[in-house]
Design a protein. Structure first.
Lengths: 697, 77
């Protein structure tokens, strides 16, 4: 679904806030004809409001060169307020205004088009300055829908094509469900197995082959006056463009069905039509092509519809004539004489299946086309779509769990709900689907409730649903309840079991986990008026320091206000509990507990890291002593002779002087040195040699 | 207790948790080596605490075991 008017107004405000003050004043002077020096914020507000002021916009349009008005009208007719600058230049050239960037620059300076993503690091001073940030291919501009609505009333200068009288009078019109059904199939396939993309945004060979030959995505159309090349690949690219599937790194994954799938078929077709211009990797001539020559068709689609809308309402035209006009006018083909031959594929293939055009057999047995009521509505910009018939009972659930779906009553909502819960088996005028455990599970996981699914199948069923199918659905749903995984639950830990009971009585807790802990599914719905928080722990954040280590290096006291539930299980693995009260919990590291932790697979480095994380201090020497393996260290007891030097400097001197240093075994302290008993007499001699006193020995 | 009384509590936010239907099922899950390494602890006989950021891996492993777990995201009822 395209963003609403309010969203575009917000974007306009964002763009204006990225403009330099001088540029805002310049736009205000042109758009609002202001004479006073208004404060800048007020000017921005007035510019924004002016977009919804039809008389002001009409007056400005009257003053603009024709190319500018034609450009705004073309944007309005396309139904997409946002386009790249290069596409707008192409459209203008096709409409007879090959004036390059000049009309876009004028509209920019008039405050009638704005950059979609203005630079964040510096203010925009003028058009060239902004253009230098990207280039015409990458930069996108938008015109507010309320502005283009005024401009689209103007004549685009489109030609009247030769009218043709069909050989047979009755027009053919598709039901418009072919593409929605294929997009739903693409969603289901990607939901079950994400697609991988190459660096160039293409598909790997195996996926490419599969999408080209997939029995569902590449199946012939149920009503197929013309084929479309690489229909499967187009479907996947289109599904991404319309938000049905989304890129997640290098993978394409299923997204939620967009809002447009909850409305009627016309609204969904409008949504698909608007997103078709985002598909750059497919065209009706070459089919799927990534990274090849540039694709002119995103800007061609709205012009094709516009030229059909220009013809009298009942008039039929040849697809070739539409193509000839575009080939002669569009800069991509540069007025080439030979027709590339895409008119039939585009109009009788792609657009016919989208219900945008009606077809009939022409005098030369070739199909002729004219805009359908839906196509005309799409271009008109009217809010109310043409009325359509609706048949509520449109499917049959069979005892073998197969579901036969007739397209007459298929709506986008029903299509999306069925796709979530039943596997596609075939696509045609009657589609075949199947309910199976895996698909039902995925459907329920996507948010569809069991009762909703049963109600949907019963409500739209032409016959009552077989009991065995309803039982199977209930069994599969029940199996899902055996294990519940919460990815972000809130647990409330109470001081006493009585407090937890009180909270349950007040309806504050969804589920009791143990005698003091309750589970709340939605933390945002927690009523804090009933609680006094003594502590909060966020499990998405890094583990907090919540242990205090006593002087013995072994006794650990838990800081209850900062501890978490993981701590208790971690402590149970490395320490023994000494004492536990609601306010204080004490543990001790013992040899048995530490050896148990090491035997369970932890290394001493793991324990050290854990202790540093939890207490801010490394594992104490006492704990390391207790954790050391059996027979891994040897303690020796032996008598020794200690020499006490009068000062620390004297002791340093003995250790440095070559005459004495070999006689010192080790240093016990600043002034205490160990001497071997056999060397005592030698050391005495050395000290006497420097005329100092030697006592003892 | 006065219904107006505010209860002293400690809030544990963004906890990853697996709740099983029965204790035997929890045992079965813990016996699975690949699953056990993502389980930080056992809160009760039916509640397993999952290491932060490992929920997706746990769900995938549960599916490989043939289970069809219900995954409750934040805010879901």
């Amino acid at each position: 679904m395209l963003p609403s008017n309010d969203t575009w107004s917000e974007r306009l405000e964002t763009a204006l806030s990225a403009y330099d003050v001088q540029l805002v004043r310049q736009i205000a002077a042109r758009l609002l004809k202001t004479r006073s020096q208004w404060p800048i914020d007020e000017l921005r507000q007035r510019i924004r409001e002016a977009c919804g002021n039809a008389p002001v916009i009409d007056r400005r349009l009257k003053d603009l060169p024709e190319a500018c008005v034609v450009l705004l009208a073309a944007i309005g007719v396309s139904g997409r307020p946002s386009w790249t600058v290069s596409r707008l230049v192409e459209m203008l050239a096709t409409l007879g205004h090959a004036e390059g960037l000049t009309p876009i620059q004028r509209l920019f300076e008039e405050g009638l088009v704005y950059p979609v993503e203005p630079p964040k690091d510096r203010k925009v001073r003028h058009f060239d300055y902004w253009l230098s940030n990207g280039g015409v291919d990458g930069l996108r501009v938008f015109a507010h829908p309320q502005v283009t609505r005024r401009a689209r009333l103007r004549d685009l200068g489109l030609p009247e094509l030769p009218a043709v009288v069909p050989a047979r009078g009755e027009p053919r019109e598709a039901d418009g469900l072919e593409w929605p059904a294929r997009l739903a199939i693409a969603w289901q396939q990607v939901d079950e197995m994400p697609l991988r993309r190459t660096m160039q945004q293409g598909f790997f060979k195996r996926d490419l082959q599969r999408l080209r030959s997939d029995p569902l995505l590449a199946a012939p159309f149920a009503d197929h006056p013309s084929d479309v090349p690489d229909a499967g690949l187009l479907t996947v690219a289109w599904a991404q463009a319309c938000g049905l599937i989304c890129a997640d790194g290098t993978e394409l994954r299923a997204a939620e069905f967009p809002e447009a799938w909850r409305g009627g078929t016309p609204a969904l077709i409008a949504h698909l039509w608007h997103s078709l211009a985002e598909v750059e990797s497919w065209d009706p001539i070459r089919g799927w092509e990534v990274g090849g020559t540039s694709n002119p068709f995103p800007a061609v689609y709205p012009l094709v519809l516009a030229v059909l809308a220009r013809q009298p309402e009942k008039a039929w035209v040849r697809p070739d004539d539409v193509e000839k006009w575009l080939v002669s006018s569009h800069p991509f083909w540069g007025g080439m004489n030979r027709s590339p031959g895409w008119g039939r594929t585009l109009l009788v293939g792609l657009f016919y299946q989208l219900k945008l055009v009606q077809i009939a057999v022409g005098p030369d047995k070739e199909f002729v086309v004219r805009l359908s009521a839906l196509g005309r509505w799409l271009l008109s910009g009217d809010a109310a779509p043409p009325p359509s018939q609706f048949f509520e009972q449109t499917l049959i659930v069979q005892p073998n769990c197969e579901v036969l779906v007739f397209r007459q009553g298929l709506t986008p909502q029903l299509l999306s709900d069925l796709t979530r819960i039943a596997r596609w088996k075939s696509i045609g005028t009657a589609c075949q689907m199947e309910l199976d455990a895996a698909r039902v599970y995925r459907g329920l996981e996507s948010g569809l409730g069991l009762e909703d699914a049963l109600h949907m199948l019963q409500r739209h069923g032409m016959r009552p649903m077989p009991d065995n199918v309803a039982d199977a659905l209930r069994t599969w749903a029940g199996k899902r309840e055996r294990i519940v995984v919460y990815d972000s639950a809130a647990l409330i830990e109470f001081a006493t079991p009585a407090d937890l009971n009180e909270a349950l009585n007040r309806g504050l807790i969804n589920r009791r986990l143990n005698d003091r802990i309750g589970l709340v599914r939605d933390e945002d719905a927690l009523d804090y008026r009933h609680f006094r928080l003594t502590g909060t722990r966020d499990y998405g954040a890094k583990a907090e320091q919540c242990l205090m280590v006593a002087d013995d290096g072994l006794t650990l006291t838990v800081d209850a206000s900062r501890s978490d539930l993981l701590l208790e299980t971690e402590l149970a693995g490395v320490a023994e509990q000494l004492d536990s009260t609601p306010d204080s919990r004490t543990y001790r590291l013992t040899r048995a507990s530490l050896r148990k932790a090491l035997d369970a697979g932890y290394s001493l480095a793991d324990l050290e890291e854990w202790m540093t994380q939890r207490s801010g201090k490394p594992l104490s020497p006492a704990a390391k002593l207790l954790a050391s393996p059996d027979d891994s260290a040897e303690f020796r007891l032996e008598p020794c002779v200690v020499l006490h030097a009068p000062t620390e400097a004297m002791a340093d001197g003995l250790l440095q002087w070559p005459e004495s240093r070999d006689l010192i075994q080790s240093r016990l302290g600043p002034k205490a040195l160990v001497v071997a008993e056999a060397d005592v007499s030698k050391l005495r001699g050395v000290i006497y040699a420097v005329n100092q006193r030697f006592l003892g020995g | 207790m006065n219904p107006e009384t505010r209860l002293a509590v400690k809030l544990h936010r963004r906890v990853c948790l697996v709740l099983t239907d029965d204790a035997m099922l929890a045992e079965e899950l813990l016996a699975r080596k690949k699953l056990a390494q993502d389980v930080a602890g056992r809160l009760t006989d039916k509640a397993l605490l999952v290491r932060s950021g490992r929920v997706e891996a746990v769900v995938e492993e549960l599916k490989r075991m043939g289970h069809t777990p219900r995954v409750v995201a934040r805010g879901e009822a």
